[in-house]
Design a protein around this ligand. Structure first.
Ligand code: AMP
Length: 413
């Protein structure tokens, strides 16, 4: 199938060609016709599948069919709600690139940045607004924007919005838009609460699933290291010294873990940048810029902070902590081996993470090859360690609970 077969208009086909895209991805093939037919759609697809173009192209087409007369001023007709600033910026850039031969205007608003320039652009009028929830509500309350002309609402990375505690904001935003509108919901995973949200606000939606299997990533080598938790840092240093070269993304579960690993790597003379939810917008962008330009070759991040970030040409991913959601493993390792390049993923499994390996292997329907020859093997007689880690886990859980009740809004990602 070609983009022309998707009945896209010439200004979009021209922009697609300029982007160097030759054929639509699976999610684009499935989603674009439904959006053009004005259906509500739920798509489960992760970043990297081309999902942004899957909603951006048909939205640009639907809106360019009926542009405002120049004198009447522009009204926001499509709203894309995105959980993070980085994702919002990426989506905004995509709209601008794909819409460059139309007269449609897109802008991006997000928190943590000066509000005045955003107000200036909005006052001049835009057709398409990409926004993070908090700043959107803020500007709405300040009466800088109105949502009464919204025809299409996109909720991107809905599961991440849920994780980040934005679901009430999203519900509020939806209720501020006209009742009659088209809603497109994208989510990498479909936890119950996202399903619930979809069921309450979408109108007879079409469902699209782009499978998160490794068939699209079979050029990624995978290797699993069983290692005691306390030795993971040493194993990481060992692999960096002896095995892994190039640009490396290391995933840790928590921001504390990210900071701790960063300190150790810096002490060992590695060039490292980090991404987690507590970093300022400027720091996050600087970190990404340095990593993308090759100034540093190691980026340590939490899933939430790294989600959706468009980094191509990664040589390796290290799962320093294994994710408890198997789809997250697929997302992580899918960040390497893109665009036909080969890539490697290295996963460290502590005694308390063995169950995660099982669920990952069930999803992938393969056995991940295990590297047994390394200096920090996990003692096969791991009962003590399992017992110990269970105790620690329950201690942490209790600690987390009380910390959570003390400071409800403190984020861990
Ligand atoms: P996304 O999943 O929207 O974040 O897209 C991931 C990457 O794929 C981005 O760098 C896009 O520019 C690129 N992309 C999107 N659609 C296509 C396509 N049809 N062919 C090649 N690359 C694409």
């Amino acid at each position: 199938m070609s983009f022309k077969d998707l009945q896209l208009i010439d200004p979009l086909l021209k922009a697609i060609e300029e982007q160097g895209y030759t054929t639509p991805t699976q999610v684009q093939e499935k989603t674009i016709p439904l959006v053009l037919a004005k259906k509500d759609v739920i798509t489960s697809a992760q970043t990297g599948t081309g999902k942004t173009a899957a909603f951006a192209l048909p939205i640009l087409q639907l809106l360019s069919d009926k542009q405002d007369a120049p004198k009447r001023g522009k009204k926001i007709k499509a709203l894309i709600v995105s959980p993070t600033r980085e994702l919002a910026l990426q989506i905004g850039n995509n709209f601008k690139a794909y819409g460059r031969h139309t007269n449609l205007r897109t802008t991006v608003i997000f928190g943590g940045a000066s509000i005045e320039p955003q107000i200036d652009v909005l006052t001049k009028g835009v057709d398409i607004l990409v926004a993070t929830p908090g700043r959107l509500i803020d500007l709405y309350k300040q009466e800088v924007i109105t949502l009464e002309h919204i025809e299409i609402l996109v909720l991107d990375e809905a599961d991440l919005m849920l994780d980040m505690g934005f679901i009430d904001d999203v519900k509020q935003i939806e209720s501020l838009c006209p009742k009659q509108k088209q809603i497109l919901l994208f989510s990498a995973t479909m936890p119950f609460k996202v399903e619930q949200l979809a069921n309450t606000i979408l109108n007879n939606p079409e469902r699209i699933e782009v499978h998160t299997t490794l068939s699209s990533a079979n050029n990624i080598g995978q290797v699993l290291y069983y290692v005691p938790k306390r030795n993971k840092i040493e194993l990481c240093l060992h692999l960096l010294r002896n095995e892994i070269i190039g640009s490396i993304l290391i995933f840790r579960r928590t921001k504390f873990g990210v900071d701790k690993l960063e300190q150790t790597l810096i002490k060992n003379n590695y060039q490292v940048e980090t991404l987690h939810g507590d970093k300022s917008q400027t720091d996050r962008q600087t970190a990404l810029k340095k990593f993308k330009s090759g100034q540093v070759n190691i980026l340590v991040a939490t899933d939430v902070a790294a989600r959706g970030i468009d980094i191509n040409e990664l040589d390796a991913v290290i799962n320093f902590d294994l994710p408890n959601i198997p789809e997250t493993y697929v997302h992580r390792i899918g960040r390497t081996g893109r665009a036909g390049n080969s890539g490697m993923s290295y996963s460290f499994c502590g005694a308390d993470e063995k169950a995660y390996v099982q669920t990952i292997q069930q999803l992938l329907q393969i056995q991940i090859p295990v590297e047994e020859l390394h200096p920090y093997p996990l003692d096969p007689n791991t009962k003590a360690e399992i017992h110990k880690s269970k105790q620690t886990a329950s201690k942490h859980k209790k600690g987390r609970k009380s910390a959570a009740s003390r400071k409800k809004k403190k984020r861990w990602y």
